[in-house]
Design a binder for this molecule. Structure first.
Ligand code: C2O
Ligand code: CU
Length: 489
Protein backbone atom coordinates (compact mmCIF):
# COMPACT_ATOMS: atom_id res chain seq x y z
CA UNK A 1 0.00 0.00 0.00
CA UNK A 2 2.78 2.44 0.80
CA UNK A 3 4.04 2.20 -2.80
CA UNK A 4 0.53 3.01 -3.99
CA UNK A 5 0.25 6.00 -1.64
CA UNK A 6 3.56 7.36 -2.84
CA UNK A 7 2.54 6.84 -6.47
CA UNK A 8 -0.82 8.55 -6.00
CA UNK A 9 0.82 11.36 -4.06
CA UNK A 10 3.43 11.90 -6.76
CA UNK A 11 0.76 11.94 -9.46
CA UNK A 12 -1.31 14.43 -7.51
CA UNK A 13 1.70 16.68 -7.06
CA UNK A 14 2.49 16.37 -10.75
CA UNK A 15 -1.08 17.29 -11.74
CA UNK A 16 -1.21 20.10 -9.24
CA UNK A 17 1.96 21.56 -10.65
CA UNK A 18 0.60 21.51 -14.18
CA UNK A 19 -2.84 22.91 -13.56
CA UNK A 20 -1.48 25.72 -11.42
CA UNK A 21 -2.94 28.92 -12.81
CA UNK A 22 -0.84 32.03 -12.63
CA UNK A 23 -3.39 34.37 -11.16
CA UNK A 24 -2.18 37.70 -9.91
CA UNK A 25 -1.28 38.05 -6.27
CA UNK A 26 -0.03 34.65 -5.19
CA UNK A 27 2.96 34.32 -7.46
CA UNK A 28 6.29 33.08 -6.15
CA UNK A 29 8.99 34.78 -8.20
CA UNK A 30 11.59 32.08 -8.34
CA UNK A 31 13.76 32.82 -11.33
CA UNK A 32 15.73 35.82 -12.40
CA UNK A 33 14.41 37.21 -15.66
CA UNK A 34 16.61 36.32 -18.62
CA UNK A 35 17.75 39.16 -20.84
CA UNK A 36 18.24 38.20 -24.49
CA UNK A 37 21.89 38.83 -25.43
CA UNK A 38 22.69 41.62 -27.87
CA UNK A 39 23.41 39.97 -31.21
CA UNK A 40 27.02 40.05 -32.29
CA UNK A 41 27.55 41.81 -35.60
CA UNK A 42 30.41 42.66 -37.94
CA UNK A 43 30.81 45.52 -40.37
CA UNK A 44 31.81 44.46 -43.86
CA UNK A 45 33.90 46.40 -46.38
CA UNK A 46 31.07 48.55 -47.70
CA UNK A 47 30.04 49.52 -44.17
CA UNK A 48 27.09 47.13 -43.83
CA UNK A 49 26.36 45.81 -40.36
CA UNK A 50 25.93 42.04 -40.69
CA UNK A 51 24.08 39.75 -38.27
CA UNK A 52 23.77 35.96 -38.31
CA UNK A 53 20.48 34.36 -37.35
CA UNK A 54 20.16 30.60 -37.36
CA UNK A 55 16.70 29.13 -36.82
CA UNK A 56 17.11 25.92 -34.86
CA UNK A 57 15.49 23.35 -32.64
CA UNK A 58 16.52 22.79 -29.05
CA UNK A 59 15.26 22.17 -25.55
CA UNK A 60 14.73 24.66 -22.76
CA UNK A 61 14.29 24.07 -19.03
CA UNK A 62 11.57 26.49 -18.05
CA UNK A 63 11.30 24.51 -14.83
CA UNK A 64 14.35 22.82 -13.29
CA UNK A 65 14.98 19.35 -14.63
CA UNK A 66 12.07 19.50 -17.05
CA UNK A 67 13.27 20.10 -20.60
CA UNK A 68 10.74 21.34 -23.16
CA UNK A 69 11.32 21.10 -26.92
CA UNK A 70 11.61 24.66 -28.27
CA UNK A 71 12.72 26.60 -31.31
CA UNK A 72 14.93 29.66 -31.31
CA UNK A 73 17.25 31.93 -33.24
CA UNK A 74 20.93 31.12 -32.50
CA UNK A 75 19.91 29.63 -29.11
CA UNK A 76 17.26 27.12 -28.12
CA UNK A 77 14.50 29.63 -27.40
CA UNK A 78 13.68 33.20 -28.58
CA UNK A 79 16.45 35.16 -30.26
CA UNK A 80 19.17 37.73 -29.58
CA UNK A 81 18.38 41.45 -29.63
CA UNK A 82 19.46 43.01 -32.91
CA UNK A 83 20.46 46.64 -32.71
CA UNK A 84 21.22 49.17 -35.46
CA UNK A 85 21.23 52.93 -35.93
CA UNK A 86 19.33 55.16 -38.30
CA UNK A 87 21.24 55.54 -41.55
CA UNK A 88 23.05 52.23 -41.17
CA UNK A 89 23.02 49.55 -43.83
CA UNK A 90 22.19 46.17 -42.35
CA UNK A 91 22.19 42.63 -43.66
CA UNK A 92 20.99 39.55 -41.85
CA UNK A 93 22.35 36.14 -42.81
CA UNK A 94 19.38 33.92 -42.02
CA UNK A 95 19.74 30.16 -42.10
CA UNK A 96 16.96 27.71 -41.43
CA UNK A 97 18.00 24.47 -39.76
CA UNK A 98 14.42 23.63 -38.74
CA UNK A 99 12.70 20.55 -40.17
CA UNK A 100 10.31 22.79 -42.12
CA UNK A 101 10.08 26.04 -44.08
CA UNK A 102 9.70 29.34 -42.23
CA UNK A 103 10.40 33.04 -42.76
CA UNK A 104 11.66 36.01 -40.74
CA UNK A 105 9.67 39.23 -40.77
CA UNK A 106 11.02 42.53 -39.40
CA UNK A 107 7.92 43.82 -37.67
CA UNK A 108 7.68 47.63 -37.79
CA UNK A 109 10.58 48.10 -40.19
CA UNK A 110 10.36 50.24 -43.27
CA UNK A 111 12.13 48.27 -45.99
CA UNK A 112 11.74 46.96 -49.55
CA UNK A 113 8.99 44.35 -49.88
CA UNK A 114 11.46 41.65 -50.97
CA UNK A 115 13.32 42.06 -47.66
CA UNK A 116 10.17 42.08 -45.50
CA UNK A 117 10.20 38.39 -44.61
CA UNK A 118 6.48 37.93 -45.17
CA UNK A 119 4.78 34.83 -46.57
CA UNK A 120 6.40 35.31 -50.01
CA UNK A 121 9.96 35.27 -48.65
CA UNK A 122 9.98 31.63 -47.64
CA UNK A 123 13.18 30.15 -46.26
CA UNK A 124 13.11 26.41 -46.96
CA UNK A 125 14.29 23.82 -44.46
CA UNK A 126 18.05 23.90 -44.90
CA UNK A 127 17.80 27.17 -46.82
CA UNK A 128 19.41 30.58 -46.45
CA UNK A 129 18.23 34.12 -47.02
CA UNK A 130 20.18 37.38 -46.82
CA UNK A 131 17.87 40.38 -46.63
CA UNK A 132 19.56 43.79 -46.57
CA UNK A 133 18.29 47.34 -46.28
CA UNK A 134 19.14 50.77 -44.94
CA UNK A 135 17.56 51.82 -41.65
CA UNK A 136 15.55 54.92 -42.53
CA UNK A 137 13.34 55.52 -39.53
CA UNK A 138 13.57 56.89 -36.00
CA UNK A 139 14.73 55.06 -32.88
CA UNK A 140 12.20 52.38 -31.88
CA UNK A 141 11.57 49.00 -30.31
CA UNK A 142 10.79 46.64 -33.20
CA UNK A 143 10.80 42.87 -33.30
CA UNK A 144 11.21 39.91 -35.62
CA UNK A 145 9.32 36.65 -36.02
CA UNK A 146 8.33 34.06 -38.67
CA UNK A 147 5.48 34.88 -41.03
CA UNK A 148 4.91 31.81 -43.18
CA UNK A 149 1.26 31.72 -44.18
CA UNK A 150 -0.56 29.17 -42.03
CA UNK A 151 2.34 28.49 -39.64
CA UNK A 152 2.97 31.81 -37.96
CA UNK A 153 1.24 30.95 -34.69
CA UNK A 154 3.01 27.63 -34.38
CA UNK A 155 6.46 29.04 -35.12
CA UNK A 156 6.12 31.99 -32.75
CA UNK A 157 4.74 29.78 -29.97
CA UNK A 158 7.66 27.41 -30.24
CA UNK A 159 9.92 30.33 -29.48
CA UNK A 160 10.85 32.14 -32.66
CA UNK A 161 10.76 35.82 -31.70
CA UNK A 162 13.27 38.51 -30.83
CA UNK A 163 13.67 42.26 -30.49
CA UNK A 164 15.18 44.64 -33.02
CA UNK A 165 16.15 47.96 -31.46
CA UNK A 166 16.80 51.05 -33.52
CA UNK A 167 18.74 54.07 -32.29
CA UNK A 168 19.18 57.54 -33.69
CA UNK A 169 21.15 60.65 -32.76
CA UNK A 170 18.30 62.17 -30.83
CA UNK A 171 17.61 59.04 -28.79
CA UNK A 172 21.31 58.84 -28.04
CA UNK A 173 21.36 62.39 -26.67
CA UNK A 174 18.21 62.25 -24.54
CA UNK A 175 18.73 61.57 -20.81
CA UNK A 176 16.74 58.31 -20.86
CA UNK A 177 17.70 55.05 -19.17
CA UNK A 178 19.70 53.31 -21.91
CA UNK A 179 22.03 50.73 -20.41
CA UNK A 180 20.76 47.52 -22.00
CA UNK A 181 20.01 44.85 -19.44
CA UNK A 182 20.67 47.26 -16.55
CA UNK A 183 18.19 50.15 -16.54
CA UNK A 184 16.85 49.49 -20.05
CA UNK A 185 15.14 46.10 -20.10
CA UNK A 186 13.52 44.17 -22.93
CA UNK A 187 10.25 42.63 -21.71
CA UNK A 188 8.93 40.04 -24.17
CA UNK A 189 5.60 38.83 -22.78
CA UNK A 190 4.12 35.51 -23.87
CA UNK A 191 1.49 33.26 -22.36
CA UNK A 192 2.07 29.53 -22.37
CA UNK A 193 0.54 26.30 -21.21
CA UNK A 194 2.34 23.07 -20.39
CA UNK A 195 1.20 19.53 -21.05
CA UNK A 196 3.67 17.61 -18.94
CA UNK A 197 7.02 18.87 -20.13
CA UNK A 198 5.86 20.00 -23.55
CA UNK A 199 4.15 23.17 -24.60
CA UNK A 200 0.45 22.60 -25.01
CA UNK A 201 -0.83 24.53 -28.01
CA UNK A 202 -4.15 22.71 -28.26
CA UNK A 203 -6.16 25.26 -26.33
CA UNK A 204 -6.46 27.44 -29.38
CA UNK A 205 -8.94 25.20 -31.11
CA UNK A 206 -12.14 26.01 -29.32
CA UNK A 207 -11.56 29.61 -28.46
CA UNK A 208 -12.42 32.38 -30.83
CA UNK A 209 -9.37 34.53 -30.21
CA UNK A 210 -6.96 31.63 -30.52
CA UNK A 211 -4.54 30.10 -28.06
CA UNK A 212 -4.68 31.34 -24.47
CA UNK A 213 -2.10 30.20 -21.95
CA UNK A 214 -2.45 29.87 -18.19
CA UNK A 215 1.12 31.00 -17.39
CA UNK A 216 3.01 34.04 -18.53
CA UNK A 217 6.71 34.27 -19.18
CA UNK A 218 9.01 37.20 -19.81
CA UNK A 219 11.96 36.67 -22.15
CA UNK A 220 11.32 32.95 -21.68
CA UNK A 221 11.39 33.04 -17.85
CA UNK A 222 8.34 31.89 -15.89
CA UNK A 223 7.34 34.04 -12.89
CA UNK A 224 10.47 36.18 -13.14
CA UNK A 225 12.02 38.77 -10.88
CA UNK A 226 14.68 41.30 -11.78
CA UNK A 227 16.97 43.19 -9.46
CA UNK A 228 17.36 46.84 -10.34
CA UNK A 229 19.73 49.41 -8.89
CA UNK A 230 18.65 52.58 -10.67
CA UNK A 231 16.05 55.08 -9.67
CA UNK A 232 14.42 54.93 -13.09
CA UNK A 233 14.00 51.78 -15.13
CA UNK A 234 12.91 51.66 -18.75
CA UNK A 235 10.83 48.66 -19.77
CA UNK A 236 10.45 47.91 -23.46
CA UNK A 237 7.19 46.01 -23.41
CA UNK A 238 6.45 43.70 -26.33
CA UNK A 239 3.31 41.60 -26.48
CA UNK A 240 4.63 38.58 -28.37
CA UNK A 241 1.67 36.42 -27.36
CA UNK A 242 -0.46 34.83 -30.02
CA UNK A 243 -3.89 36.02 -28.88
CA UNK A 244 -3.88 37.58 -25.44
CA UNK A 245 -4.26 41.31 -24.81
CA UNK A 246 -2.69 42.65 -21.60
CA UNK A 247 -3.49 45.69 -19.53
CA UNK A 248 -0.21 46.42 -17.76
CA UNK A 249 0.05 48.35 -14.52
CA UNK A 250 1.13 48.02 -10.89
CA UNK A 251 -0.86 46.79 -7.87
CA UNK A 252 -0.39 50.12 -6.05
CA UNK A 253 -1.75 51.88 -9.12
CA UNK A 254 1.36 54.01 -9.34
CA UNK A 255 1.84 56.34 -12.28
CA UNK A 256 4.64 55.66 -14.73
CA UNK A 257 5.70 57.42 -17.91
CA UNK A 258 5.09 56.09 -21.37
CA UNK A 259 7.84 57.38 -23.64
CA UNK A 260 7.34 55.40 -26.85
CA UNK A 261 4.77 53.59 -28.96
CA UNK A 262 5.38 50.88 -31.61
CA UNK A 263 7.40 53.05 -33.96
CA UNK A 264 9.32 55.40 -31.71
CA UNK A 265 9.36 58.10 -29.08
CA UNK A 266 6.30 60.15 -28.21
CA UNK A 267 6.43 63.91 -28.33
CA UNK A 268 6.62 64.03 -24.54
CA UNK A 269 6.40 61.49 -21.70
CA UNK A 270 2.77 60.61 -20.96
CA UNK A 271 1.79 59.73 -17.42
CA UNK A 272 -0.10 56.43 -17.38
CA UNK A 273 -1.42 53.96 -14.87
CA UNK A 274 -2.30 51.27 -17.40
CA UNK A 275 -0.95 50.31 -20.80
CA UNK A 276 -3.02 48.05 -23.01
CA UNK A 277 -1.12 46.00 -25.58
CA UNK A 278 -2.61 43.54 -28.04
CA UNK A 279 -0.43 40.98 -29.86
CA UNK A 280 2.41 42.62 -31.78
CA UNK A 281 2.19 46.02 -30.07
CA UNK A 282 5.03 47.64 -28.09
CA UNK A 283 5.29 50.42 -25.54
CA UNK A 284 8.29 51.81 -23.71
CA UNK A 285 7.67 52.91 -20.15
CA UNK A 286 9.86 54.41 -17.44
CA UNK A 287 9.12 53.28 -13.89
CA UNK A 288 10.34 55.13 -10.83
CA UNK A 289 11.64 52.79 -8.13
CA UNK A 290 11.53 53.26 -4.35
CA UNK A 291 14.72 52.07 -2.60
CA UNK A 292 14.37 48.53 -1.26
CA UNK A 293 10.87 47.97 -2.64
CA UNK A 294 9.49 44.97 -4.43
CA UNK A 295 6.79 45.74 -6.93
CA UNK A 296 5.09 43.72 -9.60
CA UNK A 297 4.29 44.57 -13.18
CA UNK A 298 0.86 43.03 -13.48
CA UNK A 299 -1.71 42.57 -16.21
CA UNK A 300 -5.21 43.50 -15.05
CA UNK A 301 -8.55 42.35 -16.40
CA UNK A 302 -9.56 44.52 -19.31
CA UNK A 303 -12.44 46.83 -18.66
CA UNK A 304 -14.22 49.39 -20.82
CA UNK A 305 -14.58 48.89 -24.52
CA UNK A 306 -12.87 45.54 -24.65
CA UNK A 307 -14.46 43.16 -22.22
CA UNK A 308 -17.89 43.07 -23.80
CA UNK A 309 -19.98 39.99 -23.15
CA UNK A 310 -18.84 38.28 -26.33
CA UNK A 311 -15.22 39.03 -25.65
CA UNK A 312 -15.56 37.64 -22.17
CA UNK A 313 -16.96 34.50 -23.71
CA UNK A 314 -14.23 34.28 -26.29
CA UNK A 315 -11.60 35.05 -23.69
CA UNK A 316 -8.32 36.83 -24.01
CA UNK A 317 -9.01 39.79 -21.80
CA UNK A 318 -10.47 38.84 -18.47
CA UNK A 319 -7.56 37.17 -16.75
CA UNK A 320 -5.05 38.78 -14.44
CA UNK A 321 -1.40 37.80 -14.34
CA UNK A 322 1.70 38.76 -12.45
CA UNK A 323 4.23 39.52 -15.16
CA UNK A 324 7.48 40.59 -13.55
CA UNK A 325 8.64 41.43 -10.04
CA UNK A 326 11.07 44.33 -9.78
CA UNK A 327 13.38 44.21 -6.74
CA UNK A 328 14.95 47.56 -6.01
CA UNK A 329 18.31 47.75 -4.25
CA UNK A 330 18.48 49.54 -0.88
CA UNK A 331 20.41 52.37 -2.45
CA UNK A 332 19.59 53.36 -5.97
CA UNK A 333 21.80 55.17 -8.45
CA UNK A 334 20.15 58.49 -9.22
CA UNK A 335 18.71 58.76 -12.74
CA UNK A 336 18.26 62.07 -14.54
CA UNK A 337 14.69 63.37 -14.63
CA UNK A 338 12.82 62.65 -17.84
CA UNK A 339 12.97 65.52 -20.31
CA UNK A 340 9.71 67.42 -20.89
CA UNK A 341 10.03 66.97 -24.58
CA UNK A 342 11.30 63.85 -26.34
CA UNK A 343 10.96 64.33 -30.08
CA UNK A 344 8.79 65.56 -32.92
CA UNK A 345 7.31 62.19 -33.98
CA UNK A 346 7.36 61.69 -37.73
CA UNK A 347 3.68 61.21 -38.45
CA UNK A 348 1.71 61.51 -41.69
CA UNK A 349 -0.60 64.46 -42.06
CA UNK A 350 -4.30 63.80 -42.69
CA UNK A 351 -4.43 66.94 -44.87
CA UNK A 352 -2.17 65.18 -47.41
CA UNK A 353 -4.47 62.19 -47.76
CA UNK A 354 -5.48 61.51 -51.38
CA UNK A 355 -7.32 58.22 -51.01
CA UNK A 356 -9.65 56.44 -48.63
CA UNK A 357 -9.95 52.71 -48.15
CA UNK A 358 -12.17 50.63 -45.89
CA UNK A 359 -11.36 47.42 -44.10
CA UNK A 360 -13.92 45.28 -42.38
CA UNK A 361 -12.45 42.81 -39.92
CA UNK A 362 -13.99 39.36 -39.65
CA UNK A 363 -12.77 35.90 -38.91
CA UNK A 364 -13.75 34.90 -42.45
CA UNK A 365 -11.30 37.40 -43.91
CA UNK A 366 -10.73 41.13 -44.25
CA UNK A 367 -13.50 42.66 -46.41
CA UNK A 368 -14.91 39.14 -46.61
CA UNK A 369 -11.92 37.88 -48.56
CA UNK A 370 -9.78 35.19 -46.99
CA UNK A 371 -6.07 35.61 -47.66
CA UNK A 372 -5.02 34.52 -51.14
CA UNK A 373 -1.29 34.53 -51.88
CA UNK A 374 -2.06 35.11 -55.57
CA UNK A 375 -4.41 38.05 -55.14
CA UNK A 376 -3.33 41.67 -54.66
CA UNK A 377 -6.00 43.40 -52.61
CA UNK A 378 -4.81 46.99 -52.71
CA UNK A 379 -2.48 49.00 -54.92
CA UNK A 380 -1.07 52.17 -53.43
CA UNK A 381 1.13 54.79 -55.02
CA UNK A 382 4.55 55.48 -53.61
CA UNK A 383 4.91 58.90 -52.04
CA UNK A 384 1.21 59.32 -51.29
CA UNK A 385 -0.79 59.53 -48.07
CA UNK A 386 -4.02 57.59 -47.52
CA UNK A 387 -6.74 57.26 -44.89
CA UNK A 388 -7.77 53.75 -43.96
CA UNK A 389 -10.93 53.13 -41.95
CA UNK A 390 -10.78 49.85 -40.08
CA UNK A 391 -14.00 48.55 -38.58
CA UNK A 392 -14.72 45.59 -36.34
CA UNK A 393 -18.35 44.49 -36.10
CA UNK A 394 -17.37 40.91 -35.65
CA UNK A 395 -18.27 40.39 -31.99
CA UNK A 396 -14.71 39.35 -31.24
CA UNK A 397 -11.56 41.36 -30.57
CA UNK A 398 -9.17 41.84 -33.49
CA UNK A 399 -6.24 44.06 -34.17
CA UNK A 400 -4.77 45.49 -37.33
CA UNK A 401 -1.16 45.59 -38.43
CA UNK A 402 0.28 47.11 -41.59
CA UNK A 403 3.74 46.28 -42.91
CA UNK A 404 6.33 48.86 -44.05
CA UNK A 405 4.73 51.92 -42.46
CA UNK A 406 4.20 53.61 -39.12
CA UNK A 407 0.80 55.26 -39.20
CA UNK A 408 -1.08 57.95 -37.32
CA UNK A 409 -4.32 57.06 -35.53
CA UNK A 410 -6.60 59.86 -36.66
CA UNK A 411 -9.60 58.96 -34.55
CA UNK A 412 -11.18 56.18 -32.55
CA UNK A 413 -14.94 55.98 -33.04
CA UNK A 414 -14.81 59.58 -34.23
CA UNK A 415 -12.98 60.83 -31.15
CA UNK A 416 -9.43 62.08 -30.69
CA UNK A 417 -7.20 59.12 -29.84
CA UNK A 418 -5.90 58.81 -26.27
CA UNK A 419 -2.26 59.90 -25.70
CA UNK A 420 -1.01 56.30 -25.94
CA UNK A 421 -2.23 56.19 -29.56
CA UNK A 422 -0.83 59.55 -30.61
CA UNK A 423 2.60 58.26 -31.57
CA UNK A 424 3.88 56.15 -34.45
CA UNK A 425 1.94 52.89 -34.61
CA UNK A 426 2.05 49.80 -36.78
CA UNK A 427 -0.46 47.68 -34.85
CA UNK A 428 -3.68 48.73 -33.11
CA UNK A 429 -6.32 46.90 -31.13
CA UNK A 430 -9.79 47.31 -32.67
CA UNK A 431 -12.29 46.05 -30.10
CA UNK A 432 -15.57 44.71 -31.34
CA UNK A 433 -18.01 47.49 -32.16
CA UNK A 434 -15.35 50.07 -32.86
CA UNK A 435 -13.83 51.83 -35.79
CA UNK A 436 -10.52 53.59 -36.29
CA UNK A 437 -9.25 55.89 -38.97
CA UNK A 438 -5.55 55.60 -39.74
CA UNK A 439 -3.39 57.91 -41.83
CA UNK A 440 -0.56 56.17 -43.66
CA UNK A 441 2.19 57.55 -45.83
CA UNK A 442 3.86 55.17 -48.28
CA UNK A 443 7.24 56.78 -48.73
CA UNK A 444 9.36 53.63 -48.81
CA UNK A 445 10.22 51.70 -51.96
CA UNK A 446 7.97 50.63 -54.83
CA UNK A 447 7.88 47.06 -56.18
CA UNK A 448 4.97 46.01 -58.35
CA UNK A 449 5.78 42.31 -58.01
CA UNK A 450 6.07 41.88 -54.27
CA UNK A 451 3.28 42.60 -51.81
CA UNK A 452 3.34 43.73 -48.21
CA UNK A 453 0.77 42.39 -45.75
CA UNK A 454 -1.95 43.91 -43.62
CA UNK A 455 -3.59 41.59 -41.13
CA UNK A 456 -5.00 40.79 -37.73
CA UNK A 457 -2.04 40.03 -35.42
CA UNK A 458 -3.99 37.48 -33.39
CA UNK A 459 -1.89 34.78 -34.93
CA UNK A 460 -4.50 32.08 -35.36
CA UNK A 461 -6.71 34.63 -37.12
CA UNK A 462 -3.85 35.58 -39.40
CA UNK A 463 -3.13 31.92 -40.14
CA UNK A 464 -6.80 31.31 -40.87
CA UNK A 465 -6.84 34.05 -43.48
CA UNK A 466 -7.44 37.43 -41.78
CA UNK A 467 -4.77 38.92 -43.99
CA UNK A 468 -4.56 40.83 -47.24
CA UNK A 469 -1.84 42.06 -49.57
CA UNK A 470 -0.93 45.47 -50.92
CA UNK A 471 1.73 46.55 -53.35
CA UNK A 472 3.36 49.96 -53.55
CA UNK A 473 3.86 51.11 -57.14
CA UNK A 474 5.43 54.15 -58.77
CA UNK A 475 2.92 56.77 -59.91
CA UNK A 476 1.01 55.32 -62.88
CA UNK A 477 2.22 51.78 -62.16
CA UNK A 478 0.13 48.64 -61.83
CA UNK A 479 0.46 45.52 -59.75
CA UNK A 480 1.69 42.29 -61.22
CA UNK A 481 1.07 38.80 -59.93
CA UNK A 482 3.22 38.17 -56.86
CA UNK A 483 6.43 36.32 -57.48
CA UNK A 484 7.23 33.65 -54.99
CA UNK A 485 10.69 34.00 -53.54
CA UNK A 486 11.68 30.59 -52.29
CA UNK A 487 15.06 30.67 -50.67
CA UNK A 488 16.79 27.36 -50.82
CA UNK A 489 20.28 26.17 -49.95
CU1 C2O B 1 4.32 40.94 -36.64
CU2 C2O B 1 2.76 40.78 -40.40
O1 C2O B 1 3.54 40.77 -38.49
CU1 CU C 1 -8.45 38.80 -35.33
Amino acid sequence: TSVLVVAVGATALWLWHDVEVSTAGGTVFRDEMAVPPLAASRVDRDGTRVFDLRMRQGTTEFRPGRPTPTWGFNGAHLGPTLRAARGEKVRVEVSNTLPEASSVHWHGMRLPAEMDGGPHQTVRAGGRWSPHWTVEQPAATLWYHPHLHGSTEKHVQRGLAGMFLLDDEESGRLPLPKRYGVDDLPVIVQDVRFDGDRFDHAHRRFQGVGFLGNRVMVNGTLDPYREVADERVRLRLLNASTARTYDFGFPDDRAFDQIATDGGLLERPVEQRRIRLSPGERAEIVVRMVPGERTVLRSFPLRDGYAGALERRFGGGHDSFDILQLRAARTLRPSPALPDRLTAPELPDAADSVKERHFDLALTGINDKPMDMDRIDEVVTRGTTETWTVRNDNGMPHNFHVHDVQFRVLDVDGRTPPPALRGRKDTVLIPSGSRMRLVLRFDGTADEDTPYMFHCHLLSHEDRGMMGQFVVVEPGGTARAPEAGDHGG
